[in-house]
Design a protein around this ligand. Structure first.
Ligand code: MN
Length: 193
């Protein structure tokens, strides 16, 4: 079974000026596509051929894990954005954020700080355990909360390919701008699922 790269739920220029069309063309059109193409070539005629993407991630390592997890992580990333989405978390998630982080603004600061201080390439995640407890995680390379048994809710990509065309070395500025295009409806749905 071949994995198909899902089409974006917005046009390539819809996230400007936060993320330019050029960055979408490269990041979605070339980087994410390459992870999915490589994943497909690695699983062809193997025991992984009929597994879900999540099961491949949980049962692989090395090159296969890297490409499968990068495919999953990028889908999680690109599908949380909208040009005119819900600007703040809904009631249930907002209450939990305020309980654990003090305020929504304090949570945003802690999340950006985790992304800005991650050394090298990787991802910063908001995830939840089965009891609804939230945590911010720094993951290197293709790392994902799925392998910790956690449910990913929100993710910022801190690989340079995610921001260098638009922000050069200003990673913190890129991370702070991402709040403008997060559609909290998507994050709420993940949390309440
Ligand atoms: Mn990326």
């Amino acid at each position: 079974m071949k994995f198909i790269q899902p089409r974006l739920p917005y046009t390539p220029d819809a996230l400007e000026p936060v993320i330019s069309q050029t960055t979408i063309d490269y990041h979605y059109g070339k980087h994410e596509k390459a992870y999915i193409d490589t994943l497909n070539s690695l699983i062809e005629n193997t025991e992984y051929d009929n597994m879900s993407l999540e099961d491949i991630i949980l049962n692989s390592d090395g090159k296969l894990f890297n490409n499968a997890a990068q495919a999953w992580n990028h889908i999680c990333y690109f599908f949380q954005f909208a040009p005119n989405g819900q600007k703040v978390p809904g009631g249930r998630l907002m209450e939990k954020i305020e309980e654990q982080f003090g305020s929504f603004e304090d949570f945003q600061k802690a999340f950006v700080e985790a992304g800005a201080t991650l050394f090298g390439s990787g991802w910063v995640w908001l995830a939840t355990d089965t009891s609804g407890q939230l945590c911010i995680l720094q993951k290197h390379n293709a790392g994902t909360p799925l392998t910790d048994g956690l449910k990913p809710l929100l993710v910022f990509d801190v690989w340079e390919h995610a921001y260098y065309l638009d922000y050069q070395n200003r990673r913190a500025e890129y991370l702070n701008k991402l709040w403008d295009i997060i559609n909290w409806q998507v994050i709420d749905d993940r949390y309440n699922q």
